[in-house]
Design a protein around this ligand. Sequence first.
Ligand SMILES: [Mn+2]
Length: 355
Amino acid sequence: MGLINSGIDMIKQYNKIAIICHTVPDTDAIASLIALKKLIKQNTPEEVLVNKQIDLFVDAEEVNELDAAMIKGIEHNVQNCDNYDLAVSVDCAAANRMGKYEQLFNNAKHTINIDHHATNTKFGEINLVIKASSTCEALYIMAKVRNLKISDEVCNLIYSGIITDTNNLTQGTITKLTHKTITEMVERNINTQAIHEHFFKNNTKSKTFLLQKALSTMKFVAKDKIVFMKITSKDMHDCEATFDDTLGIINHGIDIKGVEIAILAIKKDENTYYVSLRSKNNTKVDELAKKFGGGGHDQVAAFQYNGTLQDLQREVIQASKEELGQHQTDENTVDGLFFGDEDGESYVVTDEENE
Ligand SMILES: [Mn+2]
């Protein structure tokens, strides 16, 4: 609590503030970038606000189509930026995740690092690394600690960050507080259905064709506990796909019964691959990603690989097998969670309780 208060005090104290999210931004990065600016603006008295300058930075040629809906019309990446009193990073597990704006962060007089990645390297002067589903949820927790005003538009952003970073509440660091936050959002009457449809029922045709190609490359090893998939430059070209279209494809691997580690290698440039990892049960992939210079969360991680696809495949499968060897499979099971048929007691909700 003390640290959150120090962070918020610092944000209140300084006038020239830069907020920076990570390169190749996802929804949580863009949403937290904008939500923080709005939170500051909507909680600063007008007479103070006139002297406050809050600039947003994201090192990306363009943000993906779905996230563009959030940042549309919002000024960012201003020219001649420098000499900030305060720079705040959001959703960055390490300083280099800010890409070309890392320097701007380091040049600021004071720095705050707001994040939810367990692997965060604590590179800020104040590090608010909060155990939460998303950086958006971390911002919500901070705002609540300080009793800040949280507008509906900020709620829309926070809700978007939470549901996308958790793949619709199915993976990642989902706590009691995450569910409580979701409940509070629903109570606010924000249009959760529109947000769900925007982020989850909006696949492009290109993405669907790319998925078809990726699925056809599935290779199962280690008694089907590991699945490896790949996407080549030719696949991208044939499907007229962009990098955004690759997002989410990996989940089709980890959704398979018995699979504990799913790997997706996406060709970026000549001999450069972006490798996405997912795991389930008690298998973790963050350490695995770290071995290759990447990082992430227990069950969602990624790294970049320089070399041939053959070497990549061999090395990452070998490392995955080692990871599997380190623990006993302990499948999450629903045994005993549900009632049986006739033997189970039925419970009828009365009209009164239903009110
Ligand atoms: Mn995030």
